[in-house]
Design a protein around this ligand. Structure first.
Ligand code: CU
Length: 146
């Protein structure tokens, strides 16, 4: 497992180097984790450039299920409420909401997942939040697009 991650990371690094030598914008490769057992992320701020291709790996180091949902500015609470209404059948994500930009599935303890998405073109503060019921008040951060 560790060895595979190393190979994947190396491929990403090689690809980034090739991309930049071609004059193309390189990917934003981001990692996020839970703050151990706490209902919080280990990083409160992540930075990307407008329109950048983002590869986000989320690792759940806790003992409950967690996810990461990136939303439009000011929409974290609204999306968290809509996600509770969506229910377990929708994996606790209001995935069809126009306020949702990107999301991971619910990640089990000690698992990780990587998603890829395009950063918004408009600079701003895009909250990311865990939409498992009851987590959104403490489990938040900001994806800064600038
Ligand atoms: Cu959570």
């Amino acid at each position: 497992m560790k060895r595979n991650m190393g190979i994947v990371l190396m491929s990403v690094l090689v690809f980034s180097t090739l991309s930049s030598s071609n004059g193309l914008a390189s990917d934003a490769v981001l990692t996020l984790s839970t703050k151990g057992e706490e209902m919080a992320y280990d990083k409160k701020i992540l930075m990307v450039k407008p329109g950048q291709n983002v590869k986000l790996t989320f690792k759940n180091a806790g003992s409950m299920q967690h996810n990461v949902v990136v939303v439009k500015p000011g929409k974290a609470t609204e999306v968290a409420r809509a996600s509770i209404a969506a229910g377990a059948a929708k994996d606790w994500v209001a995935s069809s909401s126009p306020s949702v930009i990107a999301f991971t599935k619910m990640v089990d303890p000690n698992q990780s997942v990587t998603i890829e998405f395009t950063a918004p073109m408009d600079p701003g503060d895009y909250p990311y939040v865990c939409t498992f019921p009851g987590h959104d008040t403490t489990m938040r951060g900001v994806l800064k697009v600038k």
